[in-house]
Design a protein around this ligand. Sequence first.
Ligand code: FES
Length: 265
Amino acid sequence: MTAPFGRRLTTVSQGRDVGAYRVITAVDREGPDPEPGQFYMLAAAERWGGGESERPWLPRAFSYARARPAHGGGVELDFLLEAVGPGTELLAELERGDGLWLTGPLGVGFSPADRPLLVGGGIGAAPLLCLQDQHPDAPVLLGFRSAAYAEAAALFEGPVGLCTDDGSAGRQAFVTELLRERLDSGEGQTVYACGPPAMLEAVRALCAEREVPAQLALESGMACGFGACFGCVVPTRSGYVRLCVDGPVLDAAELVTAEVPGAGH
Ligand code: FES
């Protein structure tokens, strides 16, 4: 379900470090329950924009990582953050009691399928957490840069297939190598993947070769989040789509490539 227009002021109930990442939690008393793969536009209530440049900042788009019923009504949402620029740095500094503007849930998430296989790269692990909550028996394959980032694997329930670029946690490999081995074992499944564009493209190509269905959660720069600015268009086999309303999850078969212009985590 998609939320009505309009941002809502929430309060951060918890902020905690998870290795190189940060998880912030806030309670949305008014919005509908989100579906895995949907996203929210987030902005800190204080110190957002202005400063030396005096320019306002646009909110930042984040897939929610987990959602659960909140005490007293509404939904409690977890967001997995990585501080990579001024906006994400400010969001990552939020602590309990700080205000958070939130718009969402937005976009189209993952479609139900049999025998899901979850594949994540880096912060792309976020929407797989709520997918795992829906599919607790689904195998999970995760790739990270290094051990500090791989600490996010502990957010998942049970064992996961883990690899890092430098071998400091799990196997030294790309997650697509783990995926290739899994697909070569011949078990039928639907791949749900989220991660950086090069990883998603490797997942798309592997699945296309083997005729394995796949759903890919892409990311693009998003200014509005609800279809108005056309800043998030990506090419598909049937023409351009706006990732914020037609995605962010797209059927891999619809894509010539997952390395779409402007995409990136
Ligand atoms: Fe504005 Fe998609 S972010 S149309």
